[in-house]
Design a protein around this ligand. Structure first.
Ligand code: S6P
Ligand code: ZN
Length: 189
């Protein structure tokens, strides 16, 4: 019979640079480039041009992981670089949590933008992100961050360690709202 053994860790602490998000000792480093974002932007041709022009890093996630089990809290730094694909601001793919009944807290440390959230009944919400602003992503809400500024959008994220990522309908359906720069202005459409 399979047994479920809870893994614990010793108490620990670490320093986090509260502006850059730098977290020395982070052992997991996820990098997503423009080429990882196919299917996500309104202007696919503009994304192809960006990929051909050097395929820049779009965003990075730094983690110092704990066991991915109910009871632990996973935490990470998410760093989304500034840029445009056509008229659309750079963004993360966005995801639901695999264990849907799990929430997440984002504390923005640097930059500005939005957290776009959607529920599968069609509801959508755009919460502004700026240094010092906390965003609560409730259970069941898919979430994507969007950088509308000129510096990296850096957040400290905390969520149940067993939550997992479910990219589900994000590539096919996207989010009901996108954020563009048109005539020098930010437009949510
Ligand atoms: C995890 C949390 C973040 C994102 C990261 C990348 O639950 O929400 O760490 O994973 O911002 O976004 P994505 O949508 O590519 O996983
Ligand atoms: Zn999440």
């Amino acid at each position: 019979m399979e047994t479920h053994e809870f893994k614990n860790v010793e108490p620990f602490g670490l320093m986090i640079d509260l502006t850059t998000g730098q977290m020395p000792g982070a052992t997991n480093h996820l990098v997503r480039r423009a080429s990882d974002m196919k299917g996500h932007y309104a202007d696919a041709a503009a994304l192809d041009r960006l990929i051909a022009a050097g395929d820049p890093v779009h965003y990075e996630v730094f983690e110092y992981p704990v066991p991915e089990q109910d009871g632990h809290l996973m935490y990470c730094i998410s760093k989304l670089l500034p840029g445009l694909v056509g008229e659309e601001f750079w963004m993360t793919k966005g995801h639901y949590h695999s264990v849907a009944e799990t929430a997440e807290i984002y504390l923005c440390l640097q930059g500005k933008g939005y957290m776009i959230m959607k529920l599968n009944d069609g509801r959508c919400d755009a919460q502004p992100m700026e240094r010092g602003r906390m965003i609560y992503v409730p259970p069941h809400w898919a979430h994507r961050s969007i950088n509308t500024g000129s510096e990296p959008l850096v957040s400290f994220c905390v969520y149940p360690a067993h939550a997992g990522h479910n990219y589900g309908d994000i590539v096919t359906e996207g989010f009901p709202q996108r954020v563009f720069r048109r005539n020098g202005r930010e437009v949510i459409a």
